[in-house]
Structures are given as structure tokens and as C-alpha cells.
Design a protein around this ligand. Structure first.
Ligand SMILES: Nc1nc2c(ncn2[C@@H]2O[C@H](COP(=O)(O)OP(=O)(O)O)[C@@H](O)[C@H]2O)c(=O)[nH]1
Ligand SMILES: [Mg+2]
Length: 300
């Protein structure tokens, strides 16, 4: 039986969802128990990760995508992890202004996660937030993060579809082709397409991406955003036609699980007397890290 709070969340109530997200962030034990009610009822939302360098227009693009999704009747969740984003911690005022047009829409739920220096904590919050939004019945969840692997979440392990956004001028093409970028994306977007260098950047990406879609957008005006949404939907359908959806969902489950196990293991390990003894032995050079680690793993 779902708890009263879970019931409200499953009905899509924003206030109940916001409360649970806050309690999960604060590590309230009763909040973790609520997830037990919600998790089996979630799993329907299409989670779309949006990564790319600061300033390329991710938040603006998210805002434009929300507008198009709403026009089509979809409910939307937005999770913004980018610490430099006007959507998140850095400039809450900018966030409010930018999202004003969606803020009063009950079918849109926006949550910014400010980077708090703790990588683990942050990615746990991301998964919790996605689970709650999913349980609320959001059709699409847009997850904005800086970069592709650093600072918070490894986007590929947290989304069904990964969008890599670039913009001309923010460094040269070599930057755009940095290690990791070419592997992680399902779709590539050259934003600020009216600016000089956009076409050339798109060409360079196409030459290096072996057939992956490259779209051009102007997030500020919404040009190209309909086409981008079509490409996102196409990717979802291609995942659902084969085993792709299960593979991606499995990777997301694995990341969320490992995150909790690793954090829990680390905490219980560091609190263990055997571990304290081993650490002092290493420090005094009575033992070495390898031997001590072997002993710790055996002892636990
Ligand atoms: N000219 C132009 N500017 C844009 C476009 N999209 C975003 N910007 C501007 O680029 C800056 C950074 O945008 P933002 O969405 O915060 O980028 P983020 O850091 O990737 O989230 C802001 O001043 C935006 O107004 C675009 O399509 N064209
Ligand atoms: Mg941003």
C-alpha cells in the first residue's frame, strides 16, 4: 500500500514531490522508505541527458524544449545539475527569470541541484529526483549537466538519450572533439546556429561522428527545436524497438545502485575498528596499502 505522501506524489502533486526530494537530500530515513513505494510505479519516463560546455546554451535549449513538449501535451520534469548554469545554484534569480513562463505550469516540475562538492551526494540526488519526477507521471525528464563525465553525474549512466550540445566560438573544433564527447552522445546539437562558425562546427562533428545525427538550433528563438524533439523521439522509438531501452534502463539502475552501495560501504568501512587499526598500521608503515586493503576486504 502506498503511503499518503506517495499517493500524493503518484497523483502528480508538486508540493508532495518537492517535500520528498528535500527529505531525500537531507538523508531523512523515512524518505528512503517512500522510494520503496514509488520505485515500482516509476520507469515510464524518457530521461534525456543534456551535456555540453558552460555557455553553449543548454539551459536555454531546455527551456525551448519544455515549450515544445508542453505544446504537444507532454508533462515535463527538469533537473539542472550544471553548477555554472543560471538554472541552478549559481544564480537562482537567473533561473527564476529564465523559467518564468513555465514556473506556473502544473505540468512542469523544475529542480536545480547545486553542486555541493560531494560527487556522490550529488549523483544520488540526481537519481532520487528523477525517480520522484518519474513517479509523478512526467513523460519526459530533461537532465542538464555540465561536461559529460565530471562534476556530478556520468550522463551516459543516467539517461536513456544523451544530447551533446556545442556552440561555435566556445573554443575551436578541437575542443568540441575532446575525448569522451564523441562516444557519449546519441544526438549532437550545434546551438547558436546563426553565429559564425556554426555550419563549420556541424560539418566537423558530422565528419567525426560516423553517422550520428547532428542538428542545428537557435535556442533563443526556438529555431530547429521542433526538429530536435523529433530526433529525440526517434531515438526513444529506436531504443524501444530493440533491447536498447532495457539496456539503458539497466545501466541507470546499475549506476544508482552502485552509488548507494559504494557510499554505504565507504561509510561503514571507515567507522569500523579494524579499518582504523589498518589505517594506523599503514601510516606507521607497519603495513602497506595493498596488504591492508586485502585484509579489510576479507574482514568485511
Ligand atoms: N545568440 C544566441 N545566444 C544563445 C543561444 N542559446 C543561448 N544563448 C545565450 O548563451 C548564454 C548561455 O546560455 P545558457 O543557456 O545559460 O548556457 P548553459 O551554460 O549551457 O546552460 C546566454 O546568454 C544565452 O542567452 C542561441 O541560440 N543564440
Ligand atoms: Mg545551464
Amino acid at each position: 500500500m502506498p503511503s499518503p505522501l506517495s499517493k500524493r506524489i503518484l497523483k502528480g502533486e508538486a508540493a508532495a514531490a518537492a517535500r520528498l526530494m528535500r527529505d531525500l537530500d537531507d538523508g531523512v530515513p523515512a524518505a528512503a522508505a517512500e522510494v520503496r513505494h514509488l520505485y515500482p510505479r516509476a520507469g515510464r519516463a524518457h530521461v534525456v541527458g543534456i551535456a555540453g560546455p558552460p555557455g553553449c546554451g543548454k539551459s536555454t535549449l531546455v527551456d525551448a524544449l519544455v515549450a515544445v513538449l508542453r505544446k504537444e501535451g507532454c508533462s515535463v520534469g527538469v533537473v539542472a545539475v550544471d553548477p555554472s548554469s543560471p538554472l541552478s545554484g549559481g544564480a537562482v534569480l537567473g533561473d527564476r527569470i529564465r523559467m518564468q513562463r513555465h514556473a506556473s505550469d502544473p505540468k512542469v516540475f523544475i529542480r536545480s541541484l547545486a553542486s555541493r562538492g560531494s560527487l556522490g551526494g550529488l549523483s544520488r540526488s540526481v537519481f532520487d529526483t528523477v525517480t520522484v519526477m518519474d513517479a509523478m507521471g512526467k513523460d519526459v525528464i530533461l537532465l542538464e549537466t555540465a561536461g559529460v563525465g565530471q562534476d556530478g553525474v556520468k550522463i551516459a549512466g543516467a539517461a536513456h538519450t544523451v544530447l551533446v550540445v556545442e556552440a561555435p566560438g566556445a573554443g575551436d573544433e578541437i575542443q568540441a572533439l575532446k575525448a569522451g564527447i564523441l562516444e557519449v552522445g546519441d544526438l549532437y546539437v550545434v546551438n547558436k546556429r546563426s553565429q559564425r562558425g556554426a555550419q563549420r562546427l556541424a560539418r566537423t562533428l558530422r565528419e567525426n561522428l560516423g553517422g550520428k545525427p547532428v542538428l542545428l538550433t537557435e535556442a533563443l528563438t526556438g529555431q530547429g527545436v521542433n526538429e530536435l524533439l523529433r530526433a529525440i523521439e526517434l531515438h526513444r522509438r529506436s531504443l524501444q524497438r530493440g533491447s536498447g531501452w532495457e539496456v539503458r534502463s539497466g545501466a541507470m539502475a546499475r549506476t544508482a545502485f552502485l552509488e548507494l552501495v559504494e557510499t554505504g560501504f565507504r561509510e561503514s568501512l571507515l567507522g569500523n575498528p579494524l579499518c582504523k587499526k589498518l589505517l594506523s598500521d599503514i601510516a606507521a608503515r607497519r603495513s602497506d596499502p595493498y596488504s591492508a586493503a586485502r585484509r579489510a576486504l576479507r574482514g568485511l
